[in-house]
Design a binder for this molecule. Structure first.
Ligand code: CDT
Length: 301
């Protein structure tokens, strides 16, 4: 067996007024807890350093730039990198990325145990809308503030495994997992910020949203025979509620641990990466069983 002990590190709400330094201190506290539980690798949510700012409309998009990181690491986040190195722990977290060319992405990184950034992912499936929408109970302006990711869905050989990333809405799309599955992915890590109600559909509340979340990640894990680690930013951010549901799913699609509640907290799971082999060599042996001659419609316009 090849054990990668992963800590899924949920963050409770981050209010608009909270600073990066305050959030990084919370992330460090979770890392210390993960270290005490012998984790090799800690995974934090999407947009882990700030509130979920795409709910706030700015007529001038540039007014949202203070939510973005122009460099990674940067002085505010450096203490987290320092702590990870001290703990000998790999990590992944999401943040809003502003490139030197002025592009904006909803990104996440993969950092190995030596503190090196070995992977970057830029969110491909951006939900929501571009303009202010008065018909919605709350705004979801990811399409206003971010460009679709331009890096595809790579996987990285690191920490003794083959690891891939996606972000929040990506987890609802089978293509996300399959593109990584085709590269042999053994663990997909992702963070999410999911409002607990659908602003467009009254009656779709927390229970149904949690159901769709679990359905998506369990299917992705099973159909590609990989581990999935899904980590929430949860709770009430300035009057807007995000659901919890931080969990770890095994390659059989079973939830092996799920965090209760909506506060900062971790679940630690020793994941046997060799447990991915059975499914990859039998029912989901893609080389033997896929019938790509019938899949053309998936990539046609
Ligand atoms: N952050 C993110 O991608 N959230 C979406 C909300 C969809 S409603 C516009 C999600 O899929 O969870």
């Amino acid at each position: 067996s090849r054990i990668l002990t992963v800590a899924a590190a949920q963050l409770g709400p981050i209010q608009k007024a909270e600073t990066r330094a305050e959030v990084v201190a919370r992330m460090i506290a979770l890392m210390e807890e993960a270290k005490a539980k012998r984790a090799d690798f800690i995974v934090y949510p999407e947009l882990a350093l700030t509130t979920f700012f795409p709910r706030w409309y700015h007529e001038d998009r540039a007014e949202a730039d203070p939510w973005f990181e122009a460099a990674m690491p940067n002085p505010q986040v450096q203490p987290l990198f320092d702590k990870a190195l001290e703990c000998g722990m790999g990590m992944s977290f999401g943040y809003a990325e502003l490139t030197p060319e002025g592009q904006h992405f909803n990104s996440s990184i993969l950092v190995d145990k030596t503190g090196a950034i070995v992977g970057k992912y830029r969110k491909i499936h951006l939900p929501g809308h571009v303009d202010y929408d008065e018909t919605r109970a709350h705004q979801h302006l990811e399409k206003r503030y971010f460009e679709p990711g331009d890096l595809g869905f790579p996987v990285w050989r690191t920490m003794g495994g083959l690891i891939g990333m996606c972000i929040c809405n990506d987890r609802r799309w089978p293509e996300t997992y399959r593109v990584m599955g085709l590269q042999g992915v053994e663990m997909v890590v992702l963070g999410f910020n999911t409002p607990s109600v659908n602003g467009h559909r009254s009656g779709e509340g927390l229970a149904q949203r949690l159901f769709h979340h679990r359905l998506s990640v369990q299917a992705g894990a099973y159909q590609n025979s990989c581990w999935v680690v899904a980590v929430a930013k949860a709770g009430d951010e300035d009057g807007n509620h995000l659901m919890g549901g931080t969990l770890v799913v095994n390659p059989d699609g079973e939830i092996v641990a799920e965090l209760e509640g909506e506060a900062d907290g971790i679940i630690v799971v020793p994941c046997d990466l060799d447990a991915t082999r059975f499914g990859k060599e039998t029912i989901f042996d893609f080389a033997r069983h896929r019938r790509i001659e019938h899949y053309g419609a998936i990539t046609a316009q």
